[in-house]
Design a protein around this ligand. Structure first.
Ligand SMILES: Cc1ncc(COP(=O)(O)O)c(C=O)c1O
Length: 381
C-alpha cells in the first residue's frame, strides 16, 4: 500500500457498533463489564485503553513502519516515556542541539535520577562512537536538528550504537514519516511531537512513541498506563484526521520551503541560511539520501538581535509564535523562545545566535509568504 492509502485506512476501520466511517471520539472514562473480569470488548478503563487512541496508535505505527505505537499527552511526555527504558546508573548519548525542551528534560530533570547524558555533535558518527561507554543504553538523535538543521547519518549512528547494544531513538518531528522513515536506516524507536506535522493544524498538543521490540513496547505501554500521560480521545481524533492529508500537506510544505529558502539565500540582508535542501548545506547529499524531501523548516541569520526583532515584528502574514508544522506560516526567534532554556554559551556553540530566525513555512500561497518576508527584510537597516 502507498503512503496515503495507509494514512487514510490504517487504524481507520469503520466503527464496529454503528459503521461510522470516521473513528468516533470515544469520550468515556470507563467501559461496562459483563461480569467479574469480563470486559465487554477488551476495554476496561480509558487511561489503559481507548478506542480512538488505539486507532491513532495503529495509524502512526503503520506510517513509520513500526509494530507498536503509544500516544501521549505531548511530545515531551512521549520522550520522557521513552527515557524510562533507561535506568539510573546508565548512560545516554544525545545530539547536542536537540529541541530545547528535550535538553531541559535530560539535563535538568532526568540527570537528577542518576541517568548520565553526554551531548555530542551526532552529525559525525565518530563523535557518537567516542562518547559510548560500557553502560550506554541509548543514543538519542534529532535529524535535522531544531533549529540549525544539522543532519545525522542514521545508518552510521545506528551501526556504532548497536555494536554496544544501545537503542537508537530518533525524534522525527521535523520530517514526519512522509519525508523520512528512520527505521529503514536502523533506528529502533521513533518519537514525534504530534503537535506539529502529524496533527498539522496547530490545534492540539500530543506525542507518540513508535517501536518494534516487543519487550520495550510492553514497558512503554506499562509506563503509559502507570504514569497516565495519555493523549485524550479528542486530540487523538484530531491527529487521525491530520494524517489523512499528511502526504499532500508535506508535498506543499516541501515545495514552498524550497522556494522560501531560495529567496532567502539570495537576499542581501540574510547572512546565512540553514536548510538541508540547499546545495550550500554541508550535508545536502546525506539529507538527499535519507529524506524524501526537505520539508518546511528554514532558519536564517540576519546578523543581530535588532535585525531579527525587525523581521519578527514586521511580518504581517507570518505569525510570530512558537511551534511548527501547521497550515499557517509561523516565525520564531529560537534564542529567546524555543531554546531559551539552553545556556547562552551552548547556544552560541551550535549556531543559535541572537540573529537567528526560524520559519515553519505553512500552506498559504507561496508568493504571499515570500512577499511578506520580503517586506519585513526590507525594514532591516
Ligand atoms: C523536535 C521537537 N521534539 C519535541 C518537541 C516537544 O513536543 P511537545 O511540544 O508536543 O511536547 C518539540 C516541540 O517543539 C519539537 O520541536
Amino acid at each position: 500500500m502507498g503512503f496515503s492509502t495507509t494514512a487514510i485506512h490504517a487504524g481507520n476501520e469503520p466503527d464496529p457498533t454503528t459503521g461510522a466511517v470516521t473513528v468516533p471520539i470515544y469520550q468515556t472514562s470507563t467501559f461496562a463489564q459483563d461480569g467479574l473480569g469480563k470486559p465487554r470488548q477488551g476495554y476496561e478503563y480509558a487511561r489503559t485503553q481507548n478506542p480512538t487512541r488505539i486507532a491513532l496508535e495503529r495509524n502512526l505505527a503503520a506510517l513509520e513502519g513500526a509494530r507498536f505505537g503509544y500516544a501521549f499527552a505531548s511530545g515531551m511526555a512521549a520522550i520522557d516515556a521513552t527515557l524510562r527504558l533507561v535506568k539510573g546508573g546508565e548512560h545516554v548519548v544525545v545530539s547536542d542541539n536537540t529541541y530545547g525542551g528535550t535538553f531541559r528534560l535530560f539535563s535538568r530533570i532526568l540527570s537528577q535520577y542518576n541517568i548520565e547524558f553526554t551531548f555530542v555533535d551526532t552529525s559525525d558518527a565518530s563523535n557518537v562512537e567516542a562518547a559510548l561507554k560500557e553502560n550506554t543504553r541509548m543514543v538519542f538523535i534529532e535529524t535535522p536538528t531544531n533549529p540549525v538543521m544539522i543532519v545525522s547519518d542514521m545508518r552510521a549512528v545506528s551501526e556504532v550504537a548497536h555494536r554496544v547494544g544501545a537503542r537508537v531513538v530518533c525524534d522525527n518531528t521535523f520530517m514526519s514519516p512522509y519525508l523520512q522513515r528512520p527505521m529503514e536506516f536502523g533506528v529502533d524507536i521513533v518519537v514525534h511531537s504530534t503537535t506539529k506535522y502529524l496533527n498539522g493544524h496547530s490545534d492540539g498538543v500530543g506525542g507518540v512513541v513508535l517501536l518494534n521490540d516487543e519487550r520495550d513496547a510492553e514497558w512503554i505501554q506499562f509506563v503509559q498506563n502507570s504514569v497516565g500521560a495519555i493523549l485524550s480521545p479528542f486530540d487523538a481524533f484530531l491527529v487521525l484526521r491530520g494524517t489523512k492529508t499528511l502526504a499532500l500537506r508535506m508535498e506543499q510544505h516541501d515545495r514552498s520551503g524550497r522556494a522560501v529558502a531560495a529567496f532567502l539565500e539570495e537576499h542581501p540582508k540574510v547572512q546565512k541560511i540553514y536548510y538541508p535542501g540547499s546545495v550550500s548545506h554541508r550535508q545536502h547529499e546525506l539529507a538527499k539520501r535519507q529524506q524524501k524531501g526537505f520539508g518546511g523548516m528554514v532558519a536564517f541569520d540576519v546578523g543581530s538581535l535588532e535585525a531579527a526583532r525587525t523581521v519578527l515584528e514586521s511580518v504581517k502574514l507570518c505569525t510570530l509564535a512558537e511551534s511548527l508544522g501547521g497550515v499557517e506560516t509561523l516565525i520564531s526567534h529560537p534564542a529567546t523562545m524555543t531554546h531559551a532554556s539552553v545556556l547562552p554559551e551552548t547556544r552560541a556553540g551550535i549556531g543559535i545566535t541572537d540573529g537567528l530566525v526560524r520559519i515553519s513555512v505553512g500552506l498559504e500561497d507561496t508568493d504571499d509568504i515570500i512577499a511578506d518576508l520580503d517586506q519585513a527584510l526590507d525594514k532591516v537597516k
